[in-house]
Design a protein. Structure first.
Length: 181
């Protein structure tokens, strides 16, 4: 199962990079200094997932939990891809203003404001359950913190860009978990 997770992450990131080629022209982007904490935490998190011996390799979960984790992993990646497809040409890895940008409210964006992050966090949770060790859960902690920081900055950016339209969207749709948070 661990090899399946690692290979699937690799395939996912190749797809993600290829899909990024079709993004709309960027008009403005956050600077590297602002983005750096997010990048460091995400890199550390994936380092903990991918590099054997990067933390405790003592398995602490029963195998059936790993099977549930594999399902969560697959579901999380599916959510992220679904969201990425609905965001389409407005996607950017960095917080950025795209040419012709608008608030997307279709697909998973009807349910949560940040479905790509939801999907990635569910996939990382699934990875942690499959790994069944401390480093998987440390990776989840790092990546959750990274996205919490990014969401805070992104929300401010979207409020500045879209004003009352984004305020209404925020009032109607939760950030990460439908109907909860």
């Amino acid at each position: 199962m661990v090899r399946t997770i690692l290979a699937s992450w690799g395939i996912f990131w190749v797809y993600w990079l290829l899909a990024a080629r079709n993004a709309q022209r960027t008009l403005a982007r956050e600077n590297l200094a602002t983005r750096l904490p997010h990048l460091i935490l995400v890199t550390l998190g994936f380092f903990l997932i991918f590099v054997p011996g990067a933390g405790s390799d003592v398995c602490c979960l029963p195998r059936w939990i790993g099977v549930l984790g594999l399902g969560a992993f697959a579901g999380g990646l599916a959510i992220a891809v679904w969201a990425r497809r609905h965001l389409g040409r407005y996607w950017s890895g960095a917080i950025a203003r795209k040419e012709g940008q608008r608030i997307v409210r279709t697909g998973p964006y009807r349910l949560v404001r940040h479905p790509i992050y939801t999907g990635l966090l569910v996939a990382v949770l699934g990875s942690a359950l499959v790994l069944g060790n401390l480093r998987g859960f440390l990776a989840l902690l790092c990546i959750t913190l990274a996205y919490a920081l990014k969401i805070r900055r992104e929300e401010q950016f979207l409020l500045t860009e879209f004003g009352d339209d984004y305020r209404r969207y925020r009032a109607e749709v939760k950030a990460l978990i439908p109907f909860v948070a």
